[in-house]
Structures are given as structure tokens and as C-alpha cells.
Design a protein around this ligand. Structure first.
Ligand code: NAP
Length: 294
């Protein structure tokens, strides 16, 4: 009999990929809130995770063997302008879920972000001091601390910016960018903002592989430190689009509600030592282009 997984954020971008990777081995109960999802291998549940009574009832009914918590308000600009609303989802609901998983004594995975760092150093290690520059980064950093206080056996995966299946969600970074270039509109991409970009399938495979094998903070990201422009050029080449529509720009020239760190690339040696083997950006893009992704 398959083990039961409760996945929050199943209607989101990363949830789309986790559903497909985990469905091989797990019976999945996926939570969406405003949106739903349709996937043959999973049961869709509608629940606002800030409603603790409803969420607690679902946990009691399902009795999951593990919880992967990807639900979040992950738009940094929205968090900057709506700190209280985003806090209730990103911090309070995350603490509540950690507490329930502690009561159940089951593995709990929290998906955090490279934006817990200020970007002044780059290639951050797990033990480097957190220094978020945005409300979103602050909330994720706070949630990490609270979760590990409440349930030290939890696993906090700090993730980089991800790309994945173009149809996965409307907020998909790759999807929006490719549409723009395909429509012969110029895409301006930062050449001075670095991340350890990784495909969401590699990240999902990594979560599956490391689930229950490691507690505390683990950086799960790509091996390559790339600027958004570097990534854009790789994507355009893989999809056979015209690179003339991709232009370099500087993050210093763009005003956004949330401050943007310059280099939040992550050192992933700990994850690699645990057996994490992400595809390169080129390899994962090729799989998408060739229809060999899922
Ligand atoms: N995408 C990235 O590049 C990236 C990078 C670093 C870290 N992360 C982290 O990875 C996780 C997943 O990100 P993502 O890109 O998949 O985000 P996403 O596409 O914006 O999805 C967010 C998910 O959270 C759910 N959600 C939000 N508020 C909720 C509530 N009150 N109750 C129940 N569900 C709620 C949404 O459900 P509905 O839409 O149905 O309401 C959706 O399924 C997040 O924790 C994020 O911080 C993402």
C-alpha cells in the first residue's frame, strides 16, 4: 500500500511538479485554495490553510505519513505591500502545520527561499547568517526559525528561482518569458542578479529523495550560478527562439516594491553529499523542449 502525502500548494507552480514526481510512490492529497488542480494520481482538497480547524480536520481524516508544505504567498512585491496578510500564510500557518506534524511525529518539509540572504556575498552555505532585505524574505526566515523551534526534525529546503513545465501555472517565469520572446517583444533581463537557477523537476526529485533523511536546513538548488540574462539566453537557445529579443538590463535601474538582493546563489554541497543530483539547466530545458519531461 502506498504511503499518504499531504501536499499544500498543490495548485501552485512547484506543487504541479511535486505531484507528478511523487505520484509514482505516494497516495497524494493536495491542497489548493483559490485555484484547484486536476491530476489523476491525487485527491484535490480546497482549504484555506489559515483556517486551522478545517486544516486540522483534514489532517485527522487523512492521517498522512508526511507533509510537504509549499503553500505560500510567494510574490515578494505583494508581501511587501501586504505584510499582515502574507504573514498569516507564510509564518503563522507554517508554524501551525509544523506543530500538527510534531503531534503526528511525521516528516514535515517546509519550502523556503534563497531570499533569506541579503545577496552581498553569494554562494551561501546553510549556516551563513540570514539577512533578508524584503518582507517576503523576513517572513520565510522567521518561519524557518519558528518551525525548527517547534519541530526540530522538520526539513527546511531553501530553494532558488525555478523554471519548469511551461503550462504549470500562469505565474511561471519561463512561460511568461518565452511568450514574450515568441511574440517578438523585447525581454529585458538582469545581468547583475545571480541565483542558483534549477528546474522544478530536479527540485521535486530532490525532495522525494531526501524526504525523511535529513532534518534542519538544506540548500536544494542548481549547480550553476546564473544571472537572469544567462538563464534567458539558455532558454532561448533551447527553444530555438531569436536571441535578438533578449536584452541585458540592470536590476539597479528597476524600481520594485520589494528590494532585490544581487547574488543569492547557494552552496549545495550538503544536498549533494546526501545524494541530490540536479540536472543542469541545459539538460532540464532540453527535456522540456523534447517532450520528455514527465
Ligand atoms: N517559484 C520559485 O521560483 C520559488 C523560489 C524559491 C522558493 N519558492 C517557494 O516554493 C514554494 C512554492 O512556490 P510556487 O512558485 O509554487 O508558488 P505559487 O505558484 O505562487 O503557489 C502558491 C501556492 O500556495 C497556495 N496558497 C496561498 N495561500 C494559501 C492559503 N491561504 N491557503 C491554502 N493555500 C494557499 C496557492 O493556492 P491557490 O492558488 O489555490 O490559492 C498555491 O497553490 C513557496 O513556499 C515559495 O516560497 C519558490
Amino acid at each position: 500500500m502506498k504511503k499518504k502525502l499531504l501536499l499544500t500548494g498543490a495548485s501552485g507552480f512547484l506543487g504541479y511538479h511535486i505531484l507528478r514526481v511523487f505520484a509514482r510512490d505516494w497516495e497524494i492529497y493536495g491542497i489548493g485554495n483559490a485555484k484547484t488542480f486536476d491530476f489523476a494520481g491525487a485527491t484535490a482538497i480546497k482549504c484555506d490553510i489559515t483556517n486551522y480547524i478545517e486544516l486540522g480536520n483534514f489532517m485527522d481524516d487523512i492521517e498522512p505519513d508526511a507533509v510537504i508544505h509549499t503553500a505560500a504567498i510567494a510574490d515578494a512585491n505583494f508581501c511587501q505591500q501586504n505584510p499582515d496578510l502574507s504573514y498569516s500564510v507564510n509564518v503563522d500557518a507554517s508554524k501551525n502545520l509544523a506543530g500538527i506534524c510534531c503531534d503526528f511525529q511525521i516528516p514535515f518539509v517546509f519550502t523556503s527561499t534563497d531570499l533569506v540572504f541579503d545577496g552581498k556575498k553569494g554562494m551561501y552555505q546553510e549556516e551563513d547568517e540570514k539577512s533578508p532585505v524584503s518582507v517576503y524574505g523576513e517572513q520565510k526566515a522567521k518561519a524557518e526559525d519558528e518551525i525548527l523551534k517547534i519541530y526540530p526534525e522538520s526539513t527546511v529546503f531553501r530553494l532558488p528561482i525555478m523554471f519548469g513545465y511551461p503550462q504549470a501555472s500562469t505565474g511561471n517565469y519561463l512561460h511568461n518569458f518565452l511568450n514574450q520572446v515568441n511574440n517578438r517583444q523585447v525581454a529585458n533581463l538582469f545581468n547583475d542578479e545571480y541565483r542558483s537557477v534549477c528546474g522544478a523537476k530536479s527540485i521535486s526529485e530532490g525532495i522525494l529523495q531526501l524526504l525523511g533523511k535529513s532534518s534542519g536546513v538544506v540548500h536544494l538548488a542548481g549547480k550553476e550560478r546564473l544571472s537572469r540574462y544567462d538563464f534567458g539566453m539558455k532558454a532561448v537557445a533551447a527553444f530555438g527562439l531569436d536571441p535578438a529579443f533578449v536584452k541585458e538590463s540592470s536590476q539597479k535601474e528597476m524600481k520594485s516594491a520589494a528590494p532585490r538582493p544581487a547574488d543569492v546563489s547557494l552552496n549545495i554541497n550538503k544536498a549533494i553529499n546526501l545524494g541530490f543530483l540536479p540536472l543542469s539547466v541545459h539538460e532540464e530545458l532540453e527535456q522540456i523542449v523534447n517532450g520528455k519531461y514527465f
